[in-house]
Write a protein that binds this ligand. Structure first.
Ligand SMILES: N#Cc1c(N)ncnc1-c1cnn(Cc2cccc(F)c2)c1
Length: 297
């Protein structure tokens, strides 16, 4: 289905859970006691499409990764997770979370230049109003971590990069500065931990909300391959698109003659072959095990 159509969740929930919203690969529910149930599906997206073939355990692996990162970041910023004690139908791939007043900002930190940041840099030698030195290429390491916020796009649309001043106009100076500080703090710690494990964390997208008392809280999923770009450090070579740690098999097959699909055709992509599904699942398991040092059961 195209990215413009919210998928129908592939599981049942008990009485009292109300579906609020589905993104490409995540679903949000209100719980019977008026908290939120944040579900990570096994859906995978590529080239702005939700693919018809799920990746077994993807939701469980990425939920375990989020929980691991939340724990390692709790001294920097509180998070929205209440418990992972969830209904059996979403066991290990859902979190019960505090309902927050979400900031209307995608808080992106970049340590490397690629994607929309590269496109903007190539046009104006800056990203989100942050001036960068000349001569940077696709995959270049940035002189320092930059905060490159974006607006939250509707399903099927792309987020739009905005300047820090636009964030100030939207939410006020103090909270904008807090979001920038926390976003770069979280990225720098995570990038350092990932580097110790042979992974480059090129960039990540965080979402924050606030409690009624104004406390800023880290929400959503954190530092998963769906919200971040991870590259294998031993293959890093600025000057071209870096291999995606988790989706390269999917991208390579979809853009190969074997798929029979033209990504520019506007037609939905075909189902993935078993070997691509299995290799992609293995990459998610590898990312989890390399980052956490734990076996994925
Ligand atoms: N996290 C969180 C959260 C919170 N703790 N409190 C209030 N709202 C949100 C919230 C609202 N939208 N999203 C994005 C999102 C998440 C999951 C699935 C989706 F489809 C979309 C997050």
């Amino acid at each position: 289905m195209s990215s413009a159509v919210a998928p129908t969740p592939e599981y049942e929930l008990p009485e009292g859970y109300t579906h609020i919203y589905s993104g490409k690969v995540r679903d949000l529910y209100k719980t019977p006691d008026d908290r939120l149930l944040f579900v990570a599906s096994d859906r995978i997206s590529a080239y702005d499409w939700v693919l018809p073939t799920p990746i077994p355990d993807k939701g469980r692996i990425l939920t375990a990764m989020s929980i691991w990162w939340f724990d390692r970041l709790s001294d920097l910023v509180p998070n929205h997770v209440i418990t992972t004690n969830v209904p059996d139908s979403v066991a290990r791939r859902a979190m019960v979370c505090h309902r927050l007043d979400m900031f209307p900002v995608e808080c992106v930190a970049r340590g490397y230049l690629t994607g929309s940041g590269l496109t903007e840099y190539q046009a104006q030698k800056s990203v989100c109003g942050v001036n960068l030195p000349p001569g940077l290429k696709d995959g270049s390491k940035l002189p320092k971590t930059i905060f490159t916020p974006a607006t939250k796009a509707e399903l099927g649309e792309h987020d739009e990069n905005v300047t820090f001043d636009e964030v100030v106009a939207a939410i006020g100076q103090d909270e904008a500065q807090q979001l920038r500080r926390l976003t770069t703090l979280v990225y720098d710690r995570a990038a350092s931990i990932a580097a110790e494990r042979g992974l480059i964390l090129a960039d990540t997208k965080l979402e924050f909300g606030s409690r009624p008392d104004g406390t800023i809280v880290l929400a959503d999923e954190v530092l998963t391959p769906d919200s971040s770009r991870y590259w294998p450090a031993d293959e890093w070579e600025p000057g071209h698109a870096q291999p995606s740690f988790d989706k390269q098999y999917v991208r390579d097959w979809l853009t190969s003659p074997a798929s029979g699909w033209d990504r520019h055709s506007g037609e939905a992509p075909p189902a993935l072959p078993d070997d691509v599904v299995e290799k992609t699942r293995a990459k998610y398991v590898e990312a989890y095990e390399r980052l956490t040092g734990k076996r994925f059961a």
